[in-house]
Design a protein around this ligand. Structure first.
Ligand SMILES: Cc1cc2nc3c(=O)[nH]c(=O)nc-3n(C[C@H](O)[C@H](O)[C@H](O)COP(=O)(O)O)c2cc1C
Length: 218
């Protein structure tokens, strides 16, 4: 009965959706979407509220939205490792700081950076390792798979913004070379870490050069 009412605009019981109502519901509020996209900011762990956990259900919502990114040939190349428990974030902290200590030449070594490597996972509610999985036949160029994963990350980032959750994508060498730490399988490549945590920052102004400077109309 309900399905029929979606196909006919007359003869429906009171309160049932008619087709035109359904179409109206499918239209999104573009002002809100514009605002969401333009107000999305990178929010760093130093601004996260210490000790305020991010519930698993929230992270599952981010991952579900990531899973709806576009994907050429439906390869769905995004894979995630969620460092949620304090113990796992501590392991990540030790890995990142250990990597930095071992791989930074003395003249470039900074105590400040070392501290950040160590503290950031512990200040966060969770850290998600972003991994790209190539399909075995490698029928697509790698850039298409990376682009798809980046769109999945943007889905998470926008969802965080809508929820008031701070987040950012971090790409230190330690993450890009974390194959062994993450136990990556054949065809997998780590594209960085997605940090997230609750925050109370005021809305931050974004900086962008005008799009007109980047566009040619033909
Ligand atoms: C692929 C990618 C990698 C990034 N890696 C880093 C990073 O390693 N460190 C960092 O501070 N920010 C990183 N960012 C976040 C940018 O610094 C941030 O998006 C940029 O400053 C613009 O700020 P906004 O996102 O708040 O507009 C990365 C962003 C992207 C898309």
């Amino acid at each position: 009965m309900f399905a029929q009412c979606l196909l006919k605009s007359s003869g429906c019981p009171a309160g049932a959706l008619t087709l035109p109502d359904k179409i109206l519901q499918m239209q999104f509020n573009t002002n809100e979407i514009n605002e969401l996209i333009r107000s999305r900011r990178a929010i760093f762990p130093k601004s996260y509220l210490p000790g305020k956990p991010v519930e698993r259900a929230i992270i599952e919502q981010l991952l579900e939205n990531a899973n709806w990114a576009p994907t050429h040939k439906r390869t769905e190349p995004w894979r995630f490792q969620v460092f949620h428990s304090e113990e796992s974030r501590r392991r990540l902290s030790e890995y990142l700081s250990g990597f930095y200590r071992k791989n930074t030449p003395p003249e470039l070594f900074s105590e400040e950076k070392m501290k950040k490597n160590s503290e950031n996972p512990l200040l966060s509610g969770a850290v998600i390792a972003i991994v790209m999985q190539r399909e075995p036949a490698e029928s697509l160029p790698e850039f298409e798979e990376i682009a798809s994963v980046a769109m999945a990350v943007q889905n998470m980032w926008l969802t965080c913004t809508a929820l008031g959750l701070g987040c950012y994508w971090s790409t230190p060498k330690a993450a890009l070379m974390a194959d062994e730490f993450l136990g990556l399988q054949a065809g997998q490549r780590c594209l960085g870490l997605f940090y997230l945590g609750w925050h109370e920052m005021p809305e931050l102004p974004g900086k962008r050069a005008p799009v007109e400077e980047k566009t040619v109309w033909l």
